[in-house]
Design a protein around this ligand. Structure first.
Ligand code: PEP
Ligand code: MN
Length: 273
């Protein structure tokens, strides 16, 4: 951004992920559980979201939880089962890296390294990710300004990796009715001022299951290049973030509505293989 805000749109430079790109004409839906809970759970969720239109998968193995007694993810023990599910389902996979020491193990499993909201300011992690050969999804800190977020992206780019995708996931405001306030301005602003593709995460952005679909549609209309969504076979039983997670029917409904909206925006859904 270099401090200069441009009035007209900057062209988005698409980032290649698996057989496709994010940020081109096609719109990408990335869905899956907040945390991977078991082989069976991840397989069932992955197959269900693929069947309903997700072209890519998400699933946390290393979780950064506010409460130290909350489920911390399967961590390194989940790497093998995730690999087996991916072989079965054949979709590109996003998962969070919380510490540079995980990069080696995750390299064999993920297609995109996710940097979570809590780590947007972790410049040593960002510099390490600047040296990997895979794309990085940089989530906005819940207390980060857009300028700080774009400067965080520069850390990755400056260290050598310009395959960066941004993700708006809501910020903390004075509002307490929702977990976070989804910043719709950020979607339009990034489209106009940054070459990096931008995804919307209305799951964390709202923290409320019933608000996920309307905010997803608003973000799509504002120009997002895709959605990152939490989906679980039984959201109320989820080991993390169940209250903001969609079940399979709700996910299907969201995809159907998104498919109707996209042609008005001159776009189409990237269908899974
Ligand atoms: C997540 O995607 O599960 C997650 C932890 O998100 P965030 O870093 O945005 O809180
Ligand atoms: Mn989550």
């Amino acid at each position: 951004m270099n401090g200069k805000e441009k009035g007209s749109s900057v062209k988005t430079v698409p980032v290649k992920v698996g057989p496709w790109t994010i940020g081109g004409e096609k719109f990408t839906i990335i869905a899956g559980p907040c945390s991977i809970e078991s082989y069976e759970h991840f397989l069932e969720t992955a197959q269900a979201v693929k069947q309903r239109g997700a072209a890519m998968l998400r699933g946390g193995l290393f979780k950064l939880r506010t409460h130290p007694d909350s489920f911390q993810g399967l961590e390194a023990e989940g790497l093998d089962l995730a690999k087996r599910v991916l072989q079965e389902v054949q979709l590109p996979f996003f998962s969070e890296v919380t510490d540079p020491r995980q990069i080696g193990d995750l390299m064999d499993v993920v297609d995109v390294f996710q940097v979570g909201s809590r780590n947007m300011y972790n410049y040593s992690l960002l510099k390490e990710l600047g040296q990997v050969s895979k794309p990085v999804l940089l989530k906005r800190s819940f207390s980060g300004t857009i300028k700080e977020w774009l400067l965080a992206a520069e850390y990755i780019a400056k260290a050598g990796n310009s395959q960066i995708i941004l993700c708006e996931r809501g910020i903390r405001t004075f509002e307490t009715a929702t977990r976070n306030t989804f910043d719709i301005n950020a979607i339009a602003f990034i489209k106009q001022n940054s070459p990096f593709p931008i995804l919307a995460d209305p799951s964390h952005g709202t923290g409320k299951r019933s608000l996920v679909t309307p905010v997803a549609l608003a973000a799509t209309a504002a120009g997002a290049d895709g959605l990152l969504l939490e989906v679980h076979p039984q959201p109320d039983q989820a080991l993390s973030d169940g209250y903001q997670t969609l079940n399979f029917d709700e996910f299907e409904n969201l995809v159907e509505k998104t498919k109707k909206l996209l042609p008005l925006l001159g776009r189409q859904l990237q269908e899974p293989l």
